[in-house]
Design a protein around this ligand. Structure first.
Ligand code: ARG
Length: 400
């Protein structure tokens, strides 16, 4: 019997060519898997494509709810923004896709799994590490990395082998989409000095063309995750979809930044992440209302470490789960409502409230009737200045 290889299949040119290449090079049968994480592709078309190219079986797995609940929600609680900008959309989906690949590989008694990542990006690391950790018995095949074909050579190979070439190919961009965001690379974007052309955006209108009237949206949180939009209870998936549409229609969520890939390459990255942008802004603001100064300060360090681990393909590292334990503990009090104003490309928090708010109007007010006695401050400042004063006195004596 032939060996079986389970391939993560997007339906694009790279993974289509990979089906045929694996069959030829490894004399193996190929089973394809497409995991729906909200990429909004035609799944029936993808399935028929995979059969046309020669896969013996295709699995289409709807993992949208699971993606939001088990991957996006932890990222929200961690305020995850890599290098302060990127909400980790692609990075979060990879370990989920690997879980599904491995499930299918075991069911099919396959000996290897395959993915279409190149040898220059983060995705190869995320796929390979997660596979090695969760299924060390499986071989890993990365045809695009191994084969090292140029785009033109790939197209020639596809034409020669009767592999359908997706119409999207006349667009020079490389796109990856899921519910938490859309990433656009290649073409003119590779020149970081050039403004991204309008045509790369699909989920957001140009801020100039956004409605001239602002729209307000309220997001209700319970234990650190969004549970309502404008007071209406919705499933986690529905909330993300609703906010992608709402914020996107106001031109919110466009991100353009210089990113440091794990493999040491700097790259210019463009994203559209409307829901992520508003949810993270609102979540951070609510945390600042309910957590103490010390919790907030310490949590920032935890967040940076969490975000780096996930970006760098280490979702399955125990430290990530250890950090989640801490984060989840803090989120027990992150309940309340945040209202944002959506207007021409920006989302601004205009209101926050929580039954667990630590804000005390009687302390904060500049009115004369306050519970804060200003005399307390004098002694406090005396002590606060002590160490700095001591150092300064030494310095004035010429001692370093
Ligand atoms: N730079 C982002 C990341 O590393 C986006 C990667 C997009 N991946 C892709 N195969 N197009 O997460």
């Amino acid at each position: 019997m032939k060996e079986k290889v389970v391939l993560a299949y997007s339906g694009g040119l790279d993974t289509s060519v990979a089906i045929r290449w694996i069959q030829e090079k490894y004399n193996a049968d190929v089973v394809t898997v497409t995991v729906d994480v909200g990429q909004q592709e035609d799944l029936a078309k993808i399935e028929s494509n995979s059969k046309v190219v020669g896969a013996i079986r295709h699995y289409s797995i709807d993992a949208k709810e699971e993606f939001v609940e088990n991957y996006v929600h932890p990222a929200v609680k961690a305020n995850a923004l890599y290098e302060g900008k990127y909400p980790l959309s692609t990075a979060l989906a990879r370990p989920l896709i690997v879980n599904k690949l491995v499930e299918v590989a075991r069911k099919e008694k396959a000996t290897a799994v395959a993915h279409g990542s190149t040898g220059k990006g983060n995705d190869q690391v995320r796929f390979d590490v997660s596979i090695k950790v969760s299924a060390p018995e499986l071989k890993i095949i990365a045809p695009i990395r191994e084969w090292n074909l140029s785009r033109d050579e790939e197209i020639k190979y596809a034409e020669k082998n009767g592999i359908p070439i997706p119409v999207s190919l006349n667009r020079p961009y490389s796109v990856d989409q899921n519910l938490w965001g859309r990433s656009i690379e290649a073409g003119i974007l590779e020149d970081p000095a050039q403004q991204p052309p309008e045509e790369i955006y699909e989920w957001t209108v140009a801020p100039e063309k956004a409605p001239t009237e602002p729209e307000y949206v309220s997001i209700g949180f319970e234990n650190g995750v969004p549970v309502t939009v404008n007071g209406a209870k919705m499933s986690p998936l529905k909330i993300v979809q609703t906010l992608n549409a709402k914020a996107g229609s106001h031109g919110i969520g466009r991100i353009d930044h210089m990113e440091d890939r794990l493999v040491g390459i700097k790259s210019r990255e463009c994203y559209e992440c409307p829901a992520a942008t508003v949810v993270l802004d609102a979540h951070k603001e609510l945390e600042k209302t309910v957590l103490t100064r010390h919790e907030l300060q310490f949590k920032q360090q935890v967040e940076a470490q969490w975000t780096f681990l996930v970006y760098a393909g280490l979702w399955m590292e125990p430290l990530r789960e250890d950090l989640d334990e801490f984060i989840d503990k803090t989120q027990e009090r992150v309940t309340g409502e945040v209202k944002l104003k959506l207007y021409k490309g920006s989302a601004t928090v205009v209101s926050r409230s929580s039954p667990l708010s630590l804000y005390d109007a009687n302390l904060a007010t500049y009115n004369i009737e306050t519970t804060f006695d200003q005399k307390w401050s004098e002694g406090f400042i005396e002590i606060w200045a002590l160490p700095t004063k001591a150092a300064s006195i030494l310095k004035s004596k010429g001692v370093k």
